[in-house]
Write a protein that binds this ligand. Structure first.
Ligand SMILES: [Zn+2]
Length: 302
C-alpha cells in the first residue's frame, strides 16, 4: 500500500536529485549489542555575529580561523542519532522538519536511504525543544513523523516551553521558537512521558543534566555493558571552539553562564570516562572523543 508518507519521501528524493548532500549521509558503529546510527538532517546557515557575545569581531574571527571554521557564516551540520537495541529503535531528537530552514529537514529522505522506517521507531527522546531538534515531530501533512513511538522529554524542558509566560519573556528574535514549540508540544500532551535527569530513559541509556543551553536540556549516555559509553550530547557542545574554550559564553545558549559551566563540567567527565560523544552540530557524523589538551580539550573525530 502506498501511503501519503511514501509519496512525501518520494517527492523529497526527487527534489534532492542533483543537489550537493552534506558530507556523508550516515555513520554507524556498535555500542555493545546495540547499534548507533547517525543520520543527517541537513545543515544550518547562521550569522556569526552573535556566536560569542563576549568577544569582539576580530578576536572571534581569529578564534574561528584557528579552529578551521569559516568566518563568513556558521554552517553546522545537524546529526540525528538512532539507537537500535533488541526489538526497540530509539531516536534522539527528530530534526527540523519541513518548516524551519530550507537547508534542513532532510531526515526523512536520509532515513529512507539508510533503510530506517519511521514506523519502526519505538522511542523518541528529546534533548531539548529548539526548532532543529523538535519541529520534525510533524511531517508535511501535520502528522506525527514517528507515529508508533513513545515520546520522552525532561520535565523541566517541557514545563519551560509550555509555561504561559515563556513567550513574553523570550527575546523578540526567538519568539518563533516558543510558538513553534508550543504548537508541537500540544500535539504530544496526551502521550508525553516526562523524566528527571539521572534516570534511565531507554535500556542502558541515562539522561544527564546539561541545563544551560535551555532550562531542561539533557544529554543521553549510552552504556555498552562492558564499561564503554557514548554520550549523545545534544547542544551542550556545538563546535570546535566548545572544546578549546569550553568556558566561553555562547550566543545560542539561553543561560550563557550556565551553558559554559555545564560545558566545562561535561568535558571533564567525558575525558575522565574516555566516553565517546556524538555532537548534534559537530561535522557529520559528529562522533569522536574529547582529549585533554593542557587545561582545555581537543575533539578527535572517529
Ligand atoms: Zn539548541
Amino acid at each position: 500500500m502506498t501511503t501519503r508518507r511514501d509519496i512525501l519521501i518520494g517527492g523529497l528524493a526527487l527534489l534532492g536529485a542533483g543537489l550537493p548532500r552534506p558530507a556523508g549521509a550516515l555513520g554507524r558503529f556498535p555500542a555493545g549489542d546495540a547499534e548507533i546510527i547517525v543520520v543527517s538532517d541537513g545543515r544550518m546557515n547562521l550569522p556569526i555575529a552573535s556566536m560569542f557575545p563576549t568577544l569582539g569581531d576580530a578576536e572571534r574571527d581569529a578564534l574561528l580561523a584557528q579552529n578551521h571554521m569559516p568566518t563568513d557564516g556558521y554552517r553546522p551540520d545537524c546529526n540525528v542519532t538512532f539507537l537500535r537495541s533488541g526489538d526497540r529503535l530509539a531516536v534522539f531528537d527528530v530534526g527540523a522538519g519541513p518548516n524551519f530552514l530550507p537547508t534542513t529537514g532532510d531526515l526523512a529522505a536520509n532515513m529512507a536511504e539508510a533503510g530506517i522506517d519511521p514506523a519502526d521507531v519505538t522511542d523518541v527522546i528529546f534533548t531539548h525543544a529548539h526548532p532543529d531538534h523538535l519541529w520534525g515531530l510533524l511531517d508535511d501533512f501535520d502528522e506525527l513523523a514517528f507515529p508508533n513511538a513513545d515520546y520522552r522529554m525532561a520535565e523541566a524542558e517541557w514545563d519551560f516551553w509550555r509555561a504561559e509566560d515563556t513567550l513574553s519573556k523570550m527575546p523578540e528574535n526567538r519568539k518563533s521558537f516558543v510558538v513553534g514549540a508550543q504548537n508541537r508540544l500540544a500535539v504530544l500532551e496526551e502521550r508525553i512521558m516526562l523524566f528527571k535527569p539521572g534516570t534511565e530513559v531507554f535500556p542502558q541509556v541515562e539522561a544527564v543534566d546539561t541545563a544551560g543551553h535551555t532550562p531542561g536540556h539533557v544529554s543521553c549516555m549510552v552504556h555498552d555493558g562492558s564499561g564503554g559509553a557514548t554520550l549523545i550530547v545534544g547542544d551542550a557542545i556545538t563546535n570546535a571552539v566548545s572544546f578549546v574554550r569550553p568556558d566561553l559564553e555562547t550566543g545560542s545558549d539561553q543561560d550563557q553562564a550556565m551553558g559554559a559551566a555545564t560545558r566545562v563540567r561535561l568535558l571533564d567527565r567525558l575525558a575522565g570516562d574516555k566516553a565517546r560523544l556524538i555532537g548534534f552540530h559537530l561535522p557529520h557524523p559528529g562522533f569522536g572523543i574529547a582529549e585533554r589538551d593542557g587545561s582545555a580539550y581537543r575533539f578527535v573525530a572517529g
